[in-house]
Design a protein around this ligand. Structure first.
Ligand code: ADP
Ligand code: MG
Length: 364
């Protein structure tokens, strides 16, 4: 009997490029997800197909397939998950996997972590491996690092594993804790694609990491989480990280206190800092933020690592459709026909999808 696991994508409301310096971020799992269905093996190894990308992926079940050589390239996540599990002492049985996802790929909504988390929750559940949510997040991170070579932080995986419906999460990337905070019912979150897709591989992501690691070493602190604004005044990269951590905490305080008027300006300050100090924005991302603000959003910023992909907007929930329609029209007039633009709601955490009780058996 095939079994299915799911993991959500995410949107980060504030707090980017802070996770790998032990900092804070405030993401929300979204109501779009990746599903992995595991069925009996048709061959000696792990075979996988994706509903969104053509081709068949075949990797050895013993973790010996080197991810970098796997074609089609998305299969590197499968090889990465098998290798990560094997390295953690978790046996992977031969099986056939089917992947399908409603998280648009390469848009900054973390379709990659949704895939990696769905794969590791499936493989570890099947092996009865007793991993907690942090262990699973680390295993999914290891999967993605093996698959892409990009030294990404834990933000996306932690979000997919700790999500609480109706809530955003205040993540502390040092203690690895996630505090759920209710998203006020009056507020909505929208996502607008900038018109340019992004990729972390070959981008300045690794370079930024190296820059801020050097800044922390210069200051003699374990991570920029421990630095003060005074200490980083003359270093724009480090200044972004320190100021962004403060903005995340202010955003969380404002949410808890119901001071929703403070949220938008904090998001705009975050975008400006990512653009000017951290230099990870693009003209298309800046344009999408400006259009959202022009058409009634309360706040907007690039989300995820930057370098393209989506921006996130905070809206009065009952204005969301109107804002999206206006921004979509405005983007069309500058040549972005049919841009990806939609509302998201806080989604549920990664888990096995239990078959519907009493569901009719398949016909035939
Ligand atoms: P993001 O995480 O922002 O969506 P990434 O470049 O990190 O962008 O991840 C996108 C990659 O994740 C794709 O190139 C592919 O390798 C993998 N991926 C995402 N969704 C799917 C899917 N439905 N099927 C197969 N692979 C997928
Ligand atoms: Mg990704």
């Amino acid at each position: 009997m095939p079994r299915t696991w799911r993991a959500p994508g995410r949107v980060n409301l504030i707090g980017d490029h802070t996770d790998y310096q032990d900092g804070y971020c405030l993401p929300m799992a979204i109501d779009r997800e990746c599903r992995v269905t595991v069925a009996a093996p048709s061959g000696p190894g792990v075979r996988a197909r994706s509903a969104q990308i053509p081709g068949i992926v075949d990797v050895a079940a013993d973790g010996t397939t080197e991810p970098a050589g796997v074609e089609p390239p998305w299969g590197r996540f499968v090889a990465g998950a098998v290798a990560a599990c094997t390295a953690a002492g978790i046996r992977v049985a031969p099986s056939d996997l089917t992947v399908t996802s409603t998280v648009p790929a390469g848009s900054g909504l973390s379709s990659s972590a949704a895939l990696a988390v769905a794969l590791v929750v499936a493989l570890t559940d099947l092996a009865d491996a007793p991993l907690d949510r942090i262990g699973l997040a680390r295993l999914a991170q290891d999967t993605e690092v093996r698959a892409t070579g990009v030294p990404a932080g834990l933000l996306d995986q932690m979000t997919a594993l700790h999500a609480v419906p109706g809530h955003v999460l205040l993540l502390d990337c040092r203690s690895l804790t996630a505090e759920p905070i209710p998203l006020p019912r009056s507020l909505g979150v929208v996502v607008v694609h900038s018109g340019r897709s992004r990729t972390l591989v070959g981008s300045a992501y690794a370079e930024r990491r190296t820059e801020v690691e050097a800044a922390a070493a210069r200051l003699g602190v374990a991570a920029l989480r421990d630095a003060t604004e005074d200490q980083v005044r003359d270093d724009p990269r480090a200044r972004h990280v320190v100021a962004e951590n403060a903005r995340v905490l202010a955003f969380a305080d404002a949410l808890r206190a119901g001071h929703t008027g403070e949220l938008g300006p904090l998001m705009l300050a975050s975008h400006a800092s990512l653009r000017d100090d951290y230099a990870v924005s693009t003209p298309e991302l800046d344009r999408a933020v400006a259009l959202l603000m022009e058409h009634g959003a309360l706040g907007a910023r690039l989300t995820g690592a930057g370098f393209g992909g989506c921006v996130v907007g905070l809206v009065q929930r009952n204005h969301g459709d109107d804002v999206l329609a206006k921004v979509t029209r405005a983007l069309a007039t500058v040549g972005e026909v049919d841009p990806l633009a939609f509302a998201v709601r806080p989604g549920a955490p990664a888990a096995e999808v239990t078959p519907e009780v009493g569901a009719a058996p398949p016909a035939g």
